[in-house]
Design a protein around this ligand. Sequence first.
Ligand code: NAP
Ligand code: ZN
Length: 347
Amino acid sequence: MQAFAASTATGKFAQTEIARRAVGANDVKIDILFAGICHSDIHTVRGDWGKPNYPTVPGHEIIGRVVAVGDKVTKFKVGDVAGVGCMVASCGECENCLNDREQNCLKGTTFTYYSADKVSGGVTYGGYSDAIVVTEKFGIRIPPGVDLAAFTPLLCAGITTYSPMQHWKLGRGQNVGVVGLGGLGHMAVKLAAARGAEVTVFTTSPGKIDDAKRLGAKNAVLLSDGDAVSGLAGTLDLAISTVPESYSIMPVIAALKLDGTLINVGALGQLESINGMMMAFGRKSFAGSLIGGIAETQEVIDYCAARNIKADIELITPDQIDRAWDRVMAKDVRYRFVIDMTKGRKA
Ligand code: NAP
Ligand code: ZN
């Protein structure tokens, strides 16, 4: 089947042929309608997390239509709309899998792309493609009537920001900082505002200050505005950092209250040093968080459907992927690119 693949770290996308496994007894085959572009796609292809084998087919925000189901499948039937997020398999037996934390599988989660494929060998291929085959457990039910394209980013950007809000129990009236207003950041603003939290956005882009407020933030400051940032010292219960690379993080930690936590969901490489004195005197915590489990992914989908929460997207066609990636790198994404995978297919 057709997919759009990058063949070098800096190369452009081109159509290529990939094979998907036959539909097994517990599998569903999904014809892909929409695929979101996550900054993790770019990190992977550009080799930020290790040199990939090319061609790489990214994409872990996927919504499509079920076109085949295996004999034992009960969760889906042909014609249903289904989603796939960042994972397609895990051991299912370890302590973390048994606690609905498949993303933290002790035997190694199989991520949607560029993971060793334990079923069919080789590596997994993501959503920039015509179709995908997954076990029903890793398929997410998509409620009827939702805006499918704008719902697609919930499968990564949504769950990745929802999960820490659940774990750290972000509640009504609490103050939360969101650092970086891109795909994850804009979902963090919407999801935090929906819980009644007061959101402060930290951005490097002057042009996003007004957007932050439109998306639900009470306050937005430029990270480069030292006075505005230091004026926030000791005000935040929680902060979620979505910045894709290491940056000067101490001003955000200074904005936390006593016992506040900064959760990094952004850069997954080496981060800048943290000042031990400030952490100790404020009994502050620095934490990380990785996407969310399958049950929690279904939860955020149902939560957003019930409240009409969705991403702000720019819908593009597959021939526009290269340009969209350039714009993501230039921080010019408002606020998630979603590829209409039905366009530009070879017959
Ligand atoms: P994105 O759409 O590119 O948004 C990132 C935003 O961060 C940018 O728009 C920009 O916002 C800000 N930014 C970029 N470079 C910066 C810098 N040097 N200093 C300060 N701010 C900067 O990316 P995304 O798709 O939201 O992903 C964000 C990160 O999360 C990526 O690293 C991705 O790999 C990671 N991620 C992690 C998980 C997880 O499970 N933990 C899941 C998905 C993605 P402003 O213009 O507002 O400054
Ligand atoms: Zn992602």
